[in-house]
Design a binder for this molecule. Structure first.
Ligand code: SF4
Length: 158
């Protein structure tokens, strides 16, 4: 819902803090996820993620979340699905050229970024969307990425 999406950007700072907490909990449970099997937990976690983020951000479940770097404004709500925006068509009042009934998601992203402060890296270039990940949990993906990073850091030759 558009009104909730705008509300979420206004609370970007709080939501990033909540996100960090959630990531900490999910990461701490990594051993449990491994025991159960990531393929098995994927379905229930994806279900929760889809509903929570669908309500708060109009999430499209792209599977590679960038909310933290886009001021808690989901770039997949851009009609052009631009991961690095805005395009050149933003109207002078900040509205979208394709859907003038809404503000450009990148104008919103910048608003959220200003509220978040240093922790938001809106200027970092986002990778193109990998559509093979669509519909999968980006929460679990982050946990696995973190574990792999730690694993490779430990096995790195000195
Ligand atoms: S970036 Fe992807 S996972 Fe994150 S809220 Fe948007 S659609 Fe959902």
């Amino acid at each position: 819902m558009y009104a909730v999406r705008k509300w979420s950007v206004s609370r970007a700072r709080f939501l990033v803090a909540a996100y960090n907490k959630l990531e900490g909990v999910l990461t701490a449970l990594d051993a449990l996820w491994l025991k159960i099997g990531y393929d098995r937990v994927e379905k229930p976690i994806t279900f929760i993620e889809r509903h929570v983020k669908g309500f708060l951000f109009d999430c499209k479940m792209c599977g590679q979340c960038s909310l933290r770097d886009t001021g808690m404004s989901c770039p997949m709500n851009c009609p052009k699905e631009l991961r690095n925006g805005p395009c050149g068509g933003v109207r002078s009042d900040g509205r979208c050229e394709v859907k003038p009934e809404m503000r450009c998601v990148w104008v919103e992203a910048y608003r959220g970024h200003q509220l978040i402060g240093e922790e938001s890296s809106i200027l970092s270039v986002q990778f193109p969307v990998d559509y093979r990940l669509k519909g999968r949990s980006s929460w679990l993906r982050e946990v696995r990425k973190k574990r792999d990073k730690e694993f490779y850091a430990q096995t790195e030759p000195e």
